[in-house]
Design a protein around this ligand. Structure first.
Ligand SMILES: *[C@@H]1O[C@H](CO)[C@@H](O)[C@H](O)[C@H]1NC(C)=O
Length: 321
């Protein structure tokens, strides 16, 4: 025992030393060669790195080969889903019970007294930790991915596209955009404080997306002034939002949005229905849209990947530059 532990120690000591001396040698070699070599020739390396090398996703849809792959994994592991299984677990609890346990017992390991408040960088309220907010809006939570895949495809989204969501709730959809887009390019207007708290204090940190710096702004439905007047979007979407807003306010909103949509290639998508438009009558609506520089491009549906459901989306583009 003593022999083996001391020999382990020997390795532990000598290994870093070895690394140190190797890196010291490398550093002096570097400086030596920098001293004695002529300035390097202008770089002939390629100016655009391939998407794969930069680890930027090149597709936003789930591909057939992905579906085949996961089906094969399930089959290879011999997995079957028994009917109607909601596993009770070792400690069956509702969200209310989970919350109570979290507040009362905090699991088996936790800090006490003053230490309790200085070991957690971003203390998250228990109400959010038990994910009650995953049931605030459309369920199931996983359906957010379907919306993303449809919109991203329909708007030919790229990582450098700019996206504005009207009413992003608890980021069921927005998370997928934020993950896909480069930093700063996802904007959202949301008025519900609890939803905003869930986004900032649970979803973004727990998904590792704080570094994406989404611009999520608290504000009323159609007040876009906080996004600056010069920002132009490739995609603006509102999922189940316009149907809850009085028609006249929707039109005020559309007027503001039309100015922020990239002409021709930019897209506005609205889900569920466009009664603000159909209530005017077809011709009147077309006129009103065209007075804003917008044109209706059609109704689209998108099947869910995971359950028997499809979303209905209405698209608009900007016809004037
Ligand atoms: C937390 O606070 C206590 C009391 O002030 C202090 O003794 C301890 O060192 C702190 N711990 C950390 C990780 O900062």
């Amino acid at each position: 025992m003593a022999i083996s532990s001391s020999s382990t120690k020997g390795v532990v000591i000598s290994f870093p030393l070895l690394i140190l001396s190797v890196s010291a040698a490398a550093i002096s070699l570097f400086f030596l060669s920098a001293l004695f070599s002529s300035p390097p020739p202008p770089c002939s390396c390629p100016t655009t790195t391939s998407a794969a090398a930069r680890d930027i996703p090149t597709t936003t849809t789930t591909r057939l080969e992905d579906i085949e792959w996961v089906k094969n994994q399930i089959e290879a592991n011999g997995l079957h889903m028994a009917d109607n299984v909601l596993r009770k677990g070792i400690n069956p609890r509702t969200r209310e019970k989970q919350l109570q346990d979290l507040l009362q017992f905090k699991g088996i390991s936790h800090y006490e007294d003053q230490e309790a408040s200085n070991h957690t960088a971003l203390p998250c309220p228990g109400e959010l930790l038990v994910e009650q907010h995953h049931s605030n809006y459309g369920e199931p939570w996983a359906g957010g991915r379907d919306v993303f895949e449809f919109l991203a495809e329909a708007a030919h989204l790229r990582p450098d596209s700019r996206v504005l969501e009207i009413g992003c709730g608890t980021l069921r959809v927005g998370l997928h955009f934020i993950r896909f887009l480069n930093p700063d390019l996802f904007h959202c207007l949301e008025r519900d404080e609890l939803s905003l708290m869930a986004s900032f204090r649970y979803e973004l940190p727990s998904q590792g997306l704080l570094s994406k710096r989404p611009l999520i702004v608290r504000g009323e439905d159609m007040d876009f002034s906080k996004f600056g007047s010069g920002t132009m979007y490739d995609l603006i979407y509102a999922s189940a939002v316009f149907l809850h807003i009085p028609d006249n306010l929707v039109w005020v909103g559309l007027e503001g949005l039309a100015k922020r949509l990239k002409p021709f290639d930019g897209r506005i998508f609205v889900s569920h229905n466009i009664k603000f438009c159909s209530r005017l009558g077809g011709e009147e609506c077309t006129k009103r849209l065209s007075s804003l520089g917008l044109e209706y491009i059609g109704k689209f549906t998108h099947d869910s990947l995971l359950f028997n459901h499809y979303e209905i989306w209405f698209g608009f583009k900007r016809t004037k530059g």
